[in-house]
Write a protein that binds this ligand. Structure first.
Ligand SMILES: Cc1cc2nc3c(=O)[nH]c(=O)nc-3n(C[C@H](O)[C@H](O)[C@H](O)COP(=O)(O)OP(=O)(O)OC[C@H]3O[C@@H](n4cnc5c(N)ncnc54)[C@H](O)[C@@H]3O)c2cc1C
Length: 469
């Protein structure tokens, strides 16, 4: 194997999101000299924290969760030394509230029955049947709708890789309808999982992408879907990674925008950055969102395979509303709400152990195409109304303050037909590797996808980029 680094020139990693951080660490640990460029003054990309000085709390740009099946992310935070930031559920448990039902009805989706049996040493129901007892008790669907869930869950469980990928041109909603799922079941069960994981509803998401989520999260091991919550500000993950990189001698150029990649003999030869600076490089990892990566590719390569595909990507927004209430308005750590203006509500005070009032919650609104352009006060008003409909404890409680964080380009959009446009890590420019949650990892836009892509890009350079992936 030819290692993809010329002479003594360093490898440039562009972007200090989780993909770039993971790639930089692998390269440094493989003995490479690495320069990491980040446009912002801080690392983390789409996963960062900020302090709200008015209220003396640390908030995340967006509430993040992880799941047990996200093993690359888990291994990576163990490796950098901050695994204790995540606390996993011992069994999957998601309370789902229907604000329209009398008494704001709550149903709990859970893998606990199998977990309980397991702890008693009794036989266990294999995944996905571990969810069956809670699905039978799931009150937000009719008996007929619940009975028909199996008509889609079974084929998903049995489906092979080729069959799954052949479904990329259709939406998951189309596939679900063909498998006897009603619009109500799509909205009240399937989208409960598709919307937060794929950042769009089933009608907008490729069937291949959504089916991947159900196979990976719910069909293999009973613990795969157990949710991991961050006990401290998410920014700690990227900051810890940055410290490990500095210990490994990585040169970090933060608050520095890369402006272009120069080519020589069909290889990446230099990186232009800052005002008018330039560095000769032996290899490059582009760990950027697809449009930004496309813009950095030298102009005469942009329309070639596979680089033109980067420009085909669209984005999907997420809006987070961090709210401060005068008292506790929920008892659980988080709940799902069958209301587009509430979706997932996280009890930040409880998760972070902030014992004293005021009480902080974060409302995470995925696929927020209708909300993202609204003025902040209107968003807060809509979310407050939705919470008052769904959380009984808001009766008589006062909303003291709210902070809206709009991430207009939160994730790539996994529309039907996008699989072919998820490319990398290898490219025809053999010393240029692509990383980023949007690259060809199969995973939706997650921290898991970002970390996997970073490892893959580093590996492509370490092993040599000659062969196609
Ligand atoms: C609100 C929100 C909620 C989310 N919730 C979850 C969740 O619950 N669970 C989950 O797993 N995932 C979640 N995600 C997705 C997850 O955060 C992302 O998939 C992941 O962090 C993307 O990492 P990345 O490194 O691929 O890209 P990015 O994080 O986009 O990193 C790219 C980096 O490149 C830098 N950059 C751009 N242009 C240049 C340039 N020219 N020069 C130098 N630097 C440049 C950017 O500043 C950025 O730091 C969420 C995302 C958001 C926004």
């Amino acid at each position: 194997m030819v290692s993809e680094q010329h002479s003594d020139a360093p490898t440039a990693v562009i972007g200090a999101g989780l993909a770039g951080l993971a790639a930089a660490l692998d390269l440094a640990e493989a003995g490479r000299e690495v320069v990491l460029f980040e446009r912002r003054p801080y690392p983390g990309g789409k996963a960062y924290s900020f302090s709200d000085p008015r209220h003396e709390v640390v908030l995340d740009n967006g509430q993040h969760i992880t799941m047990r099946c996200c093993t690359a992310f888990q291994d990576w935070i163990e490796r950098i030394g901050c695994a204790d930031i995540v606390r996993y559920q011992s069994d999957l448990e998601v309370a789902v509230i229907d604000p329209e039902a009398r008494g704001r009805r709550v149903s709990v989706l859970s893998g606990a029955a199998a977990g309980g049996l397991r702890r008693l040493g009794l036989s266990r129901l294999p995944a996905p049947f571990h969810l069956a007892p809670s699905l039978i008790g799931y009150e937000h669907l009719s008996i007929g709708e619940k009975a028909r869930l199996g008509l889609a869950l079974q084929p998903i469980r049995r489906m092979g890789e080729a069959e799954r990928l052949a479904l990329d041109s259709q939406s998951f909603a189309e596939w679900l309808r063909a498998h006897h799922q009603s619009e109500r079941a799509i909205e009240r069960f399937w989208d409960l999982i598709v919307l937060p994981t794929c950042n769009d509803r089933s009608a907008e998401v490729s069937a291949a992408q959504a089916i991947f989520v159900f196979q990976r999260g719910f069909s293999r091991d009973v613990d795969d879907a157990n949710i991991g919550l961050f006990r401290r500000g998410l920014g700690e993950v990227a900051e810890t990674a940055m410290r490990r990189l500095c210990e490994r001698g990585v040169r970090v150029e933060s608050h520095t925008t890369v402006r272009g990649i120069e080519m020589r003999d069909s290889r990446a030869a230099a990186v232009r950055y800052g005002r008018e600076e330039r560095i000769e490089v032996g290899a490059v990892v582009s760990a950027l969102p697809p449009q930004a990566a496309h813009d950095l590719i030298p102009a005469d390569w942009r329309s070639r395979e596979p680089f033109w595909r980067l420009a085909q990507h669209e984005v999907s927004p997420i809006v987070n509303v961090h709210m401060q209430w005068d008292r506790s308005v929920m008892s659980r750590e988080f709940v799902a709400v069958l209301d587009a203006d509430a979706q997932f509500v996280f009890n930040r005070s409880q998760i972070h152990g902030w014992a004293t009032p005021p009480h902080w919650i974060s409302v995470s609104l995925s696929g927020a195409h209708d909300l993202v352009d609204l003025p902040q006060p209107e968003i807060v008003e809509r979310v407050e109304r939705a919470l008052r409909r769904s959380l009984p404890r808001t009766d008589g409680a006062t909303l003291l303050a709210a902070r809206v964080v709009k991430e207009e380009s939160a994730t790539f959009r996994p529309k039907p037909g996008m699989h072919a446009h998820r490319v990398g890590p290898r490219t025809p420019i053999t010393n240029l590797a692509l990383a980023g949650a949007w690259t060809a990892t199969d995973w939706p836009a997650t921290m898991e996808s970002a970390v996997r892509s970073g490892h893959a890009a580093a590996q492509a350079l370490i092993n040599g980029g000659e062969s196609e992936s």
